[in-house]
Design a protein around this ligand. Structure first.
Ligand code: ZN
Length: 656
């Protein structure tokens, strides 16, 4: 492993805390060292307090911060003396520990210090770095792991596995003076990770690289690099089957879950291994990331059985802890199926993506450990202890407010601009994962690299394109809960006597026929929606009050309106709600260029300003106003409403 230290970058980070930020980010960049909020670092700084007395303060990574992107304010300042004294206590519950550390901070608004703070305080060096390196886990998670580790790290202090927190700090306090030598550059924690330390940020960081490199060299010397990836293609899976699996997992989780399917060569060749059950049903590579895995012999066949077994496992181990524990939801976060691939679940698309990243590293560890002689994870009791320790429970108790559409998936047509784009934004704001379809290829990059948005260049008038879009949606997020039919065209303004059949058909194709195809294809997915499916149709004021010169548009929207009403009748028994919005005079869409706006205003003898507000309320109507209505129609406010037609038009005299 190469050091990423760069003499040009380093001086831009000033002072010891700046240097601490710099090398923390170097560690965070490499996901084979730390994953998503894992790992932690610290620096001890002497500074003057308010009374101008010198005081030693430990700046340690705060919870909620990721080393990759950490800033100075991501480090919690804890009075060193107090943190060290805590280690002299006989006992300290996790809850007390957090309370004590928070009380010892010099800035009460700083984040909660890492659970490994006391250990950082006890290590005498100025800078301390801690990672959960994959290379070490591959060596330590074998039956002969401890012997191998002692062989590689004879000059370091080797610490047996113990849960992170107060007990681990106490154990290190006991072992360090006994085993430390002048050559000691770090601690090796079995089944857990490395601690390195040094007088400068660079020294501590480069000692970490040195520790990891030794593990890598050992693996290379023992040809433990894992088997080559066989390129195999999984059989195609019906997206409806994926949605059925997602529904089952959501049911046992008690809330809608995002489900992401991965079928890359690496994942596919892993899930198709003959010994999959043996190597994957033992536990996680590191207690820092507990990922519950289920192998599905047949698609969706035993999610309920898994949940039952999990509940029994919980009851058995909880009884031993003598603490009132609340069970986490019993749904798996990873499922392995030879026919569909590696599937991850999360309450958000982000959580499902993190589960994938974590499990990808677990695969690395498993394959290398297998090559070394056999993967062996922690015992069930130890995994249980990690999953249910006080801090996890505290997290559960705190609970954070869940967005309305967390775990749910929406599909919006015509998503690249205007009402469609605003609707995507409204749904994302409410926590949904969104698939956006548009003819415009720009839809793909509409929101940068967000994992909760999938933009697909799609011609909605092609049946094949629709099927492909739904399959992509199924693989990305697991199904469909909400469908917003927005894509539409206006056509040229023309009186009936000069309206060509082809022109008429083009408008009908997009505004009507395409929506029939999409509704038909989406129905089996909407029926599987954990909280029931919802459809919102973007109609038009032209339905109740058609305009001259817009025969094709008005007729197509009226027919679409009728289609929506029939869908509401037919699908009501499945719990699917279908509602319609009739917007009017929404001028911030691509249909309305400045030129069109000016000429239309002139037609009515109005200024552009007056034309924009030419309604009963004398108020402008924007895409966002329509989008907010569309999102609300999918939410609890409309839970008892189907087949409603709601105008968003500022009031129109012809409609009223
Ligand atoms: Zn750790």
């Amino acid at each position: 492993m190469q050091s990423l230290w760069n003499d040009a970058d380093a001086p831009r980070f000033e002072g010891p805390l700046g240097q601490r930020v710099y090398t923390s980010r170097l560690l965070g960049q490499d996901h084979s060292l730390v994953l998503h909020g894992g790992g932690n670092t610290s620096v001890k700084i002497r500074q003057a307090n308010l009374f101008r007395e010198p005081e030693d303060v430990l700046y340690v990574k705060g919870s909620g911060w990721d080393l990759e992107t950490i800033e100075a304010q991501g480090f919690a300042p804890v009075r060193l003396e107090h943190a060290r004294r805590l280690a002299t206590l006989e006992q300290l519950s996790d809850e007390q520990m957090v309370q004590q550390l928070r009380a010892a901070m010099t800035d009460p608004s700083a984040p909660t210090p890492s659970v490994e703070t006391i250990l950082h305080a006890l290590l005498p060096a100025r800078f301390v770095d801690h990672t959960h390196a994959d290379a070490l886990l591959a060596i330590t998670n074998t039956s002969d792991g401890e012997r191998r580790v002692r062989e590689i790290y004879g000059d370091s202090v080797v610490v047996p596995y113990i849960m992170p927190g107060f007990d681990l700090a106490r154990l290190v306090a006991e072992l360090l003076p006994k085993h430390q030598s002048p050559n000691t550059v770090g601690l090796v924690l079995l089944n857990h990770g490395f601690f390195s330390f040094g007088d400068s940020a660079r020294e501590s960081y480069e000692r970490m690289i040195e520790l990891v490199s030794r593990a890598e060299a050992y693996l290379a010397a023992h040809a433990a690099v894992g088997p080559p990836v066989r390129v195999t293609t999984p059989p195609p899976v019906e997206y409806v089957e994926l949605a059925a699996l997602r529904r089952q997992v959501s049911q046992v989780a008690g809330a809608p879950m995002i489900m992401t399917t991965h079928t890359g060569a690496r994942e596919t060749s892993f899930v198709q291994r003959d010994d999959l059950a043996v190597i994957t049903q033992q536990g996680p590579a590191t207690p820092d990331h507990v990922i519950r895995t289920k192998r599905l012999p047949q698609l969706g066949s035993d999610v309920a059985a898994y949940a039952e077994a999990y509940a029994a496992y919980f009851a058995e181990h909880a009884a031993q802890t003598k603490q009132p524990l609340k069970m986490l939801d019993p749904a798996p976060r990873v499922a392995l199926d030879p026919d569909i691939g590696l599937v991850t679940f999360g309450r958000t698309a982000q959580d499902a993506a993190i589960a994938f990243d974590v499990y990808s590293h677990t695969i690395d560890v498993i394959l290398r450990a297998e090559a070394l002689g056999g993967y062996l994870a922690l015992s069930a009791a130890e995994i249980f202890a990690v999953e249910y320790w006080d801090l996890e429970q505290a997290k559960l108790k705190r609970g954070s407010s869940t967005p309305t559409f967390a775990g749910e998936v929406a599909l919006v047509t015509g998503a690249a601009s205007g009402i469609g784009k605003a609707t995507v934004e409204a749904l994302l704001r409410r926590g949904a994962a969104v698939v956006g379809l548009d003819l415009n290829p720009g839809v793909k990059d509409l929101f940068g690299k967000r994992v909760d948005f999938l933009g697909l260049e799609t011609d909605v008038t092609r049946e094949q394109d629709i099927a492909q879009a739904l399959e992509s949606a199924g693989r990305a997020f697991g199904g469909l809960d909400m469908l917003v039919l927005n894509a539409g065209i206006f056509g040229a303004s023309r009186r009936i006597e000069s309206l060509g059949l082809q022109e008429w058909r083009t408008v009908m194709d997009v505004n009507l026929d395409a929506n029939l195809v999409l509704l038909r294809a989406a129905y089996p997915l909407l029926r599987c929606a954990p909280r029931n499916g919802r459809v919102v149709v973007i109609g038009s004021k032209n339905v109740p009050a058609p305009g001259p010169g817009a025969a094709a548009y008005s007729a197509s929207k009226a027919a679409l309106n009728q289609l929506a009403r029939v869908a509401a009748l037919e699908w009501g028994a499945d719990g699917i709600r279908v509602n319609v919005i009739h917007p009017n005079a929404v001028f911030d869409t691509s249909l309305w260029t400045e030129d069109v706006l000016r000429s239309r205003a002139a037609n009515y003898g109005l200024s552009v300003e007056d034309y924009r507000k030419n309604n009963v309320l004398r108020i402008e109507v924007t895409s966002r106003d329509v989008a907010e209505m569309a999102a609300e129609m999918c939410g609890p406010l409309f839970s008892r409403t189907t087949a409603a037609q709601v105008p968003v038009d500022g009031g129109n005299e012809r409609v009223i």
